[in-house]
Design a protein around this ligand. Structure first.
Ligand SMILES: [Zn+2]
Length: 233
């Protein structure tokens, strides 16, 4: 439900929970989660009480997202993979439309001419998804026993403004864009999602669990917050 308090437009999601919680999503939307039994007036009051924080966070979101841009598919343009930027080179003939070889992206010129800009971007997404299935499979297998959970199916796909999500039966989904982040940040995303298999919320108990497995997770979490908007092709 869309609501407003103190010039702050937000989406209210009620649920079976004890406390209210306000977050700024990566899309810039303000989401308020509140217990079922709290009435609208108290929800608005809770948002009004934190208006200063919300306005400050929204201003910060604006500045972090000013760096968001799409990169032209052009010779010499850098595209990231696992935290490093590699330059793009067009090649005459290639077995696959796009490969990462000898420290360069190699895009088949004929493919690029036929498929166009949209097709070339899809080739990047396909590359990240294919590598991602292997990498996330390995990292989930590595960290699941440390968290004490067993994960279900793992998928790498387009998740809009979410880096990851978990579904029924321990299924884990990861955004293909995370493959542009350093491995340490990918590990944080994996541990974060595995801990959600034990705690569905972002309670203290949840963060304690993350901390137990990755004691330096805050640095990685900050990296994602600061650089996340730049993870794009
Ligand atoms: Zn989470």
């Amino acid at each position: 439900m869309k609501m407003c308090a103190q010039d702050i437009e937000f989406t209210l999601i009620r649920g079976d929970r004890k406390t209210a919680d306000i977050v700024i999503e990566r899309s810039g939307d303000v989401i308020v989660r509140a217990p079922n039994e709290i009435d609208d007036g108290r929800v608005r009051q809770a948002v009004a009480d934190r208006a200063l924080w919300v306005h400050r966070s929204l201003a910060e979101w604006e500045s972090l997202n000013s760096s968001r841009r799409t990169r032209p598919i052009a010779q010499g343009q850098g595209f990231a993979y696992l935290g490093r930027s590699y330059r793009l080179r067009f090649v005459d003939s290639a077995k696959a439309p796009l490969t990462l070889k000898n420290g360069r992206w190699e895009l088949c010129e004929k493919f690029a001419a036929d498929a166009g800009e949209a097709g070339a971007r899809k080739a990047f997404r396909d590359f990240y998804m294919e590598k991602g299935r292997k990498i996330f499979g390995e990292r989930v297998a590595h960290f699941a026993p440390k968290v004490g959970v067993s994960a279900g199916e793992i998928a790498v796909k387009e998740l809009g403004y979410h880096w990851a999500s978990c579904g029924t039966g321990g299924a884990l989904n990861f955004h293909w864009k995370t493959l542009m982040a350093p491995q340490t940040v990918i590990d944080y995303i994996v541990v974060h999602e595995l801990c959600h298999l034990r705690y569905r919320d972002h309670s203290d108990a949840f963060w304690n669990e993350v901390d137990k497995v990755l004691p330096n997770f805050r640095q990685r979490k900050n990296w994602l917050r600061e650089k996340g908007a730049s993870l794009d092709i």
